[in-house]
Design a protein around this ligand. Structure first.
Ligand SMILES: NC(=O)c1ccc[n+]([C@@H]2O[C@H](COP(=O)([O-])OP(=O)(O)OC[C@H]3O[C@@H](n4cnc5c(N)ncnc54)[C@H](OP(=O)(O)O)[C@@H]3O)[C@@H](O)[C@H]2O)c1
Length: 285
């Protein structure tokens, strides 16, 4: 599998390299990730966790090596004040549409590009429902999509009821959702089912770090041995097989290659998929 296609007919590479927590190593690691075969990069205009400008630095180096902008899928996020420290990429006293505009324009500058492949709302303002603030932000993101400045828009850290409301009421429903994917929550089943019914691509993050118990389960090791992979690869392979587009945050060249190898290395049988789902259910009890 090389890519997944959104309901508005845009392809997303089937594995995304995530740049959170890479700090000053960000540029080196993005370059390494692309050299290792990743073509999709995830970042955010949020200095607490990401160094978007250093992603841009890597893109400049890659461009000099002949890697064309169009060959890469660039995804970044708007993060509201509650998810930022004092270093916001916008005027904190400005209204929300202006904050989104300033953040979006600064992302384009950081990434040396005039368009994004995907622009994601880092998270709704609260865990329950959508507020007027969320609608103001979303409307500004929709305007960027409608102006052709981003090929898709999406939402992250979203609860099922919030996603349902967004899909029902937005002028442009999200093309992607990006959530932390816990096995004990049925691998975020409720949200994934809404995505499926609306043709939204579900991106799962922290598939490894959030599911250490599953990784330790002997049944994972049995499956891994049988398909000639390691248990981490089995998690990514399982994710792809149930329709999750995975992100990885590895900092290691060999791990980058191991993670990408999952795309054509093995296929799990329906029985293996069921076994992995059952481990998660057991862990939940
Ligand atoms: N939207 C949000 O709010 C949000 C929040 C969190 C994350 N994210 C995105 O998701 C991305 C990934 O998140 P994550 O870092 O938690 O992902 P992850 O892939 O679950 O965790 C990365 C960890 O897995 C290890 N790893 C990966 N592949 C491996 C392999 N083949 N063998 C051994 N160890 C391996 C890495 O260690 P090594 O470095 O040693 O390989 C690292 O410790 C982030 O960078 C970010 O872009 C988004």
């Amino acid at each position: 599998m090389d890519s997944m296609v959104t309901y508005n007919d845009v392809a997303i590479p089937a594995f995304i390299y995530g740049t959170a927590w890479k700090k000053e190593q960000t540029a080196r690691l993005v370059e390494l990730a692309v050299d290792s075969g990743f073509t999709a990069i995830d970042t955010a205009n949020q200095l607490i966790h990401y160094q978007e400008a250093l992603v841009g630095e890597a893109l400049l180096t890659l461009a000099k090596k002949g890697v064309k902008r169009e060959s890469l899928f660039l995804q970044t996020k708007f993060t509201s004040i509650s998810g930022q420290d004092h270093r916001t990429p916008y005027d904190q006293s400005a209204d929300l549409p202006t904050q989104v505009q300033q953040s979006f324009e600064s992302s384009l500058q950081h990434l040396y590009t005039d368009y994004l492949d995907s622009y994601v709302l880092h998270g709704p303002h609260s865990r329950w429902g959508l507020s007027q603030a969320d609608w103001d932000v979303w409307a500004t993101m929709e305007a960027y999509y409608q102006a052709g400045k981003t090929k898709m828009i999406g939402i992250s850290n979203v609860q099922a009821n919030q996603l349902q409301e967004l899909c029902e009421k937005a002028a442009v429903k999200p093309m992607v959702v990006q959530n932390r994917c816990y096995a004990v929550m049925g691998w975020d089943k409720e949200v994934r089912e809404i995505c499926k019914s609306h043709g939204i691509i579900y991106q799962g993050f922290s598939l490894l770090t959030a599911n250490q118990d599953v990784l330790r389960d002997s049944k994972m090791w049995d499956i891994a041995k049988r398909v000639g992979a390691n248990p981490l690869q089995v998690i990514f392979g399982f994710a792809l097989q149930i329709g999750i587009l995975p992100l990885t945050g590895t900092t290691n060249e060999q791990h980058m290659k191991d993670d990408l190898a999952v795309l054509d290395k093995f296929e799990l049988s329906p029985e293996d998929v069921k076994k992995i789902e059952a481990i998660a259910v057991l862990e939940g009890h």
